[in-house]
Design a protein around this ligand. Structure first.
Ligand code: GDP
Length: 189
C-alpha cells in the first residue's frame, strides 16, 4: 500500500452519445462547476482557441483530478463534439481510453437506443479494459421521462456497465459518476 500512495494515474476519458444529451454540459459541470442552458460547445471552442474546432477536429479537451483515498486520477477528458456527424472519427476518440461515459437523455428514448449502440461498438471495437459508465442525463426533467431507471439499470447489469442518472443542471451525481470511475481505475493495477 505504501508504494501506491500519492500516485497520480493519468486516464483518458471519452464521452459518447447522441447530440444534445448533455455531454458537454456534464464536462462543464464536472470541471468548472457550471451549467448554461444553451451553446455550451461554443464556450468549449473558446477555451481551445480554435473558433471552428467543433466542426473541424471535433473535440475539446479538459483535465480534472479526482482523489480516491491516497491516490489521484487525472482525467484527460475528450468531449467528442460532432462525433454524431463524423462517426468515422469515433474510434480515434475511444482508442486508448481508460474510461468511456455513454450518455443518453432520460427524456428521449431514441437517445437510449443510440447509447446501446455505442456500448456495443465499444465492446466490439474498444479496449476490453475500458471502464464503461452509462449516464442517464437530464434526471431533473422527471415529468418528461421516457426511459425508466429500472430499464437502464437492468441493461447496465446485463452488459457489465455501471449506471447512474445524472443532471448537469442540478449537479446530481455528476461528481459521483466521475468519482466512481476514478475508484474503479485505482483498482486496476
Ligand atoms: P451535447 O451535444 O451532448 O454536448 O449536449 P449539451 O451539453 O450541448 O446540452 C444540450 C442541451 O441540453 C443544452 O441546452 C443544455 O443546457 C441542456 N442540458 C444538458 N444537460 C442537462 C441536464 O442535466 N438537465 C437539463 N434540464 N438540461 C440539460
Amino acid at each position: 500500500a505504501a508504494a501506491a500512495s500519492n500516485q497520480i494515474k493519468n486516464a483518458k476519458l471519452v464521452l459518447l452519445g447522441d447530440v444534445a444529451t448533455g455531454k458537454s454540459s456534464l464536462v462543464l459541470r464536472f470541471v468548472k462547476g457550471q451549467f448554461v442552458e444553451f451553446q455550451v460547445s461554443v464556450a468549449f471552442c473558446d477555451s481551445c482557441s480554435i473558433a471552428s474546432c467543433e466542426s473541424t477536429i471535433g473535440a475539446a479537451f479538459f483535465s480534472q483530478v479526482v482523489a480516491v483515498n491516497d491516490e489521484s486520477v487525472k482525467f484527460e477528458i475528450w468531449d467528442t463534439a460532432g462525433q454524431e456527424r463524423y462517426h468515422s472519427l469515433a474510434p480515434m476518440y475511444y482508442r486508448g481510453a481508460a474510461a468511456a461515459v455513454v450518455v443518453y437523455d432520460i427524456t428521449n428514448a431514441a437517445t437510449f437506443t443510440r447509447a446501446k449502440k455505442w456500448v456495443q461498438e465499444l465492446q466490439a471495437q474498444g479496449s476490453p479494459n475500458t471502464i464503461v459508465a452509462l449516464a442517464g442525463n437530464k434526471a431533473d426533467l422527471l415529468e418528461a421521462r421516457q426511459v425508466s431507471a429500472e430499464e437502464a439499470q437492468t441493461y447496465a447489469q446485463e452488459n457489465g456497465l455501471f449506471f447512474m442518472e445524472t443532471s448537469a443542471k442540478t449537479a446530481i451525481n455528476v461528481n459521483n459518476i466521475f468519482y466512481e470511475i476514478a475508484k474503479r481505475l485505482t483498482q486496476v493495477k
